[in-house]
Write a new protein. Sequence first.
Length: 280
Amino acid sequence: MLPDLSSVSPMAALLGAAVGLVLGLTGAGGGIFAVPALVFGLGWGVPQAGPVALLAVGASAAVGSVQGLRAGLVRYRAAMLMAGIGVGVAPLGTWMAHRLPEHWLVGLFAVAMLIVATRMYRASRSGTVKATGNEASANCPALPPCRLDPATGRLHWTRRVAGTLGTIGAVSGFASGLLGVGGGFVIVPALRRFTDITVHGVVATSLFVIALISAGTVANAWWHGMHPGAQGWMFVAGAVAGMLLGRALAPRLAASKLQQLFSMLMAAVALGMFVKAFVA
């Protein structure tokens, strides 16, 4: 059960807005700030913060994916496959989250944050943060296993393609249940590595998958009696508002500088999580 959150604090809304803003500015990986915001800002434990963080990230991702849906950038069948498998695997991550010692769970989350921060910083320094274009030639000279059909513009489906996308969905779903994150830090680099979908398509598809996986994982948490409470809902509302602001500001700001700034901030938060887990 979540702690008693009957009292409403503006801090919850402000923290949620900050998380949504980062998510809107940087793409799917920004949602990894949600759990640290609840842990450090409101004093929750990671197992308790996970479902609320996931609800906030999922709601924000749903709002952010609307633009991709309208533009036809979301790969529906790929997203449904990844989300379907992810939702099925997520309860395993949730089960493990409630059985691991708190300090190990915090440590795992810190490791995930450091991985995301390193990838984000390297991408910004190497010039791979682009608004458009195909990343296959920039990041992987060999042809990726999941390729678009030039004639139709859609993925050419094979067993290998289905297996690759299913594995991505399984890993992201497990991470969602275990750490309370949307799984974007898994989905985005994996789609860029194993497909030739454009960056806009990758981000739009990732946000759609995050929204679906988050919905399934949160529903499972609610089934077991975990509810956000007043502060949780304030956090969610703030995250959605922050996402809208971030998506509006993103085209006006330099993507590479934003990635560098947030990667350094993420690394600092990860170190704080390590201190909380093994020193404090």
